[in-house]
Design a protein around this ligand. Structure first.
Ligand SMILES: *Cc1c(COP(=O)(O)O)cnc(C)c1O
Length: 355
């Protein structure tokens, strides 16, 4: 891929690394590549970060034809920059785009674009403990038309945002509300894709949970509202009587998280039995009352692992592990972040540099 680079003449002041938060600051440049039906992907470029012009009839604004990805660049203690399994994000975006009838990007081109942009912005990769550079690739239709059909033009962009430690004071268990009315995904729908539309439909559940003092929603399956699927932006795992349970991804309703896959690999290597199978919410709450529900944690790129201290389903409340971070949760966090920031040897070949 030929990438034209146009550097900014007006670089921004870098934010204080101790107060980055998540998704608040954006770097000096962005990657852009256009797609036209007759030309395919064309004009790959890295240009100064700026607002984009979009026709008010642009298909994405009306029919939400948009997919995205999320990964990070990490600065190691010796100052190098590394990525974590970027090919997994590239492949997942291909599956998302195929489902939404959008052109796919070759895996090598996706990874090359990510590496090229991070290289240009390497000074933006923070070095404070637990900080990283969040990478947000996205594709959307740009054609000006109100007809519902596959569009004639699309745009692939990547923007970067330096982000802080998700838990500034260490792992902090969250309270989760099980949504028993609204659903996120159904079989045959778009649940397995990372598309903006999935999120638009989930915000109401999030608002409901927050009104009741909960930080996240746990979604049940769309057909029977009986089996646990995933949290808004994370997959979720349960340790019950020493074994691990998480929803299967082959049903097409749960997102195939890169963190989920990595955790399952670590857990199986450590000798744990991992069940990727349906788990009924009633059985889960029962395990909570029997005290066989030992640990619950969400997994996703942003937080890596999010211990769950409380689950509410209708009027039933279960407190997990005294609302403290479990031992296995902590070990998974330490191991995965150790690999990502280069503190632990990567025996899996998951990390790569920018060349
Ligand atoms: C992105 C996302 C996840 C987590 O995936 P990772 O690849 O681990 O970051 C889980 N569920 C949903 C709905 C997501 O959008």
């Amino acid at each position: 891929m030929d990438i034209r680079i146009e550097k900014t003449t007006n670089p921004k002041e870098k934010p204080d690394q101790k107060h980055l938060g998540f998704g608040n600051y954006f770097t000096d440049h962005m990657f852009v590549m256009d797609w036209y039906r007759d030309k395919g992907w064309t004009d790959a470029r890295i240009v100064p970060y700026a607002p984009i012009a979009l026709d008010p009839a642009g298909v994405v604004l009306h029919y939400a034809q948009e997919t995205f990805e999320g990964l990070k660049a990490y600065r190691t203690e010796d100052g190098h920059i590394q990525l974590f399994r970027p090919d997994m994000n590239a492949k997942r975006m291909q599956r998302s785009n195929e489902r939404l009838c959008m052109p796919t990007i070759p895996v090598e081109d996706f990874v090359e674009a990510v590496k090229a942009l991070v290289k240009v912005e390497q000074d933006w990769v923070p070095s404070e403990p637990d900080t990283s550079l969040y990478i947000r690739p996205f594709v959307f239709s740009t054609e000006a038309s109100l007809g519902v059909h596959m569009a004639d033009s699309y745009c692939f962009m990547i923007i970067l945002s330096p982000v802080g430690a998700y838990y500034p004071t260490g792992l902090d268990p969250v309270k989760i509300m099980v949504e028993d009315e609204l659903v996120r995904a159904v079989k045959g729908g778009t649940g397995f894709t990372k598309c903006g539309g999935n999120y638009a439909g989930s915000i109401l559940g999030q608002v409901k949970a927050e009104e009741k003092g909960y930080t996240q929603v746990l979604w049940l399956d769309g057909e029977e509202r009986k089996y646990v699927e995933e949290v808004g932006t994370m997959n979720i795992m349960f340790k019950i009587a020493g074994e691990i349970y998480t929803a299967p991804i082959d049903n097409g309703t749960v997102l195939a998280g890169v963190t989920r896959d990595s955790m399952i690999t670590l857990l199986r290597d450590w000798g744990y039995t991992v069940h990727e199978e349906k788990l009924a919410i009633d059985d889960l709450m029962k395990a909570g009352h029997d005290n066989t529900l030992e640990e619950v944690f969400g997994t996703g790129t942003a937080a890596v692992i999010s211990p769950v201290g409380e689950l509410r389903y209708k009027d039933d409340v279960v407190v997990i592990n005294d609302s403290k971070t479990g031992e296995l949760t902590q070990k998974l966090y330490d191991t995965l972040t150790g690999i990502q920031w280069g503190r632990i040897k990567d025996d899996y070949g998951w990390t790569c540099g920018l060349d």
